[in-house]
Design a protein around this ligand. Structure first.
Ligand SMILES: CC(=O)N[C@H]1[C@@H](OP(=O)(O)OP(=O)(O)OC[C@H]2O[C@@H](n3ccc(=O)[nH]c3=O)[C@H](O)[C@@H]2O)O[C@H](CO)[C@@H](O)[C@@H]1O
Length: 354
């Protein structure tokens, strides 16, 4: 008889793509189900895999006072009841959570049903969802070594980032062909996080003439952020979000400008693409991306450009500096040790004691 597993996680792609990586490697002994939010990005990303998807209510977890908090408490409670009834029917051997606020009701429900729970934390410091969930988790896995200290030592394992296998299997020629670019000028890919990055988009577009003088640009700008007025520049191509073509585009990429989302930067590390990280600032986040960026910069994998300092000049200066030292960053990344987090997680799941 097959075993059943329920994955959860969502809100942005960073809480979904690691689940996709694991799901793709699981064998036929498992019946796989997913619980996510009713409208989040996880719904579209998971439904493409033909996996049964259950949408539940969930509330945004805020660290500040807001009248919406009260309503969200009720949404989370509703989500708990919905998740509990789904889990009761499915009777999974394991719930695997990649965090994001939708995961909290699922974990609370799993705990009341005594279902084992594994969670994975991608960022250097834990997100609120995983902070709440950690006490209910059977095992906790982290991408960064440094994150171990935020969780109980006896059940926490620093294993790295589970990266989708296809990400590292792209072909540069295919990528250039798809983009209509050549190998005469370097390709600069700008990826502002899975939901886009308004300020980065603005500065990139203001700097377009300078950028396209020396680079062929791929701008992944996020949903509803395309600029239809830029039509005549043959060295500029924009996408809202890239799915199947991403591996080939990354294989053709020489430098990347990115937000500090953990999954993205670990993917660039695995591909040895020199990166300029522009982390989301303190006024818009808990500062996790700043810490991710600092950790990468310290290891010589990247350059950091703080968003407060971001303007045309600082962007071009950082790019020139990165371009000059590209081989230094590439060598640092090549010689760094990254374990096979994906295989470790698949083994852990397969070995779950029923
Ligand atoms: C605004 C926000 O809250 N951001 C958080 C979110 O970022 P975000 O959702 O942007 O997550 P990451 O950068 O970690 O990962 C994005 C994932 O989406 C994929 N991708 C992205 C764009 C695209 O066009 N196609 C595509 O496939 C990337 O390859 C990667 O696998 O989760 C991260 C991991 O917890 C955190 O570090 C970020 O702080």
């Amino acid at each position: 008889m097959n075993k059943t597993i329920v994955f959860t996680g969502g809100g942005s792609a960073g809480h979904v793509t690691p689940n996709i990586a694991i799901i793709s490697e699981m064998n036929k002994d498992w019946d796989i189900h997913y619980i996510g939010s009713k409208k989040g990005i996880e719904k579209e990303l998971i439904q493409r895999l033909n996996i049964p998807y259950f949408g539940i209510h969930s509330g945004k977890l805020r660290r500040y006072a807001d009248k919406e908090n009260l309503i969200d408490i009720f949404r989370v409670m509703k989500g708990c009841f919905e998740a509990r009834s789904i889990l009761k029917k499915l009777k999974p051997s394991l719930v695997f959570s990649k965090g994001g606020f939708v995961s909290v009701p699922v974990i609370l429900a799993a705990k009341t049903l005594k279902i084992p729970i594994y969670i994975h934390e991608s960022d250097k410091t834990p997100g609120l969802a995983n902070k709440i969930s950690q006490r209910f988790a059977t095992k906790i896995f982290t991408s960064f070594d440094e994150t171990k200290h935020y969780f109980p030592a006896h059940k926490t394992f620093a294993i790295g980032s589970p990266i989708r296998k296809e990400i590292v299997n792209g072909t540069a020629d295919k990528g250039r062909k798809l983009l209509g670019y050549t190998n005469h000028l370097p390709i600069l890919t700008i990826m502002g996080g899975s939901l886009g990055a308004k300020r980065i988009n603005e500065v990139v577009r203001e700097s377009l003439n300078q950028l396209t003088a020396n680079y062929q640009i791929v701008h992944i700008c996020g949903k509803n952020n395309l600029d239809g007025t830029i039509t005549t520049n043959s060295r500029y191509i924009q996408f809202e979000y890239v799915q199947d073509e991403l591996p080939d585009i990354l294989a053709a990429t020489d430098i990347v400008i990115t937000r500090g989302g953990s999954n993205a930067i670990f993917e660039f590390l695995a591909l040895h693409i020199p990166m300029i990280i522009i982390p989301l600032g303190m006024h818009q986040s808990r500062g996790d991306q700043i810490l991710n960026a600092k950790a990468f910069e310290k290891k010589g994998f990247s350059l950091t450009l703080e968003e407060d300092r971001l303007n045309q000049k600082s962007l071009i200066d950082s790019l020139n500096s990165m371009n000059k030292n590209r081989s230094f960053y590439r060598e640092k990344m090549k010689t760094s040790f990254q374990g096979d987090a994906l295989q470790i997680l698949v083994n852990e799941i397969n070995n779950i004691h029923i």
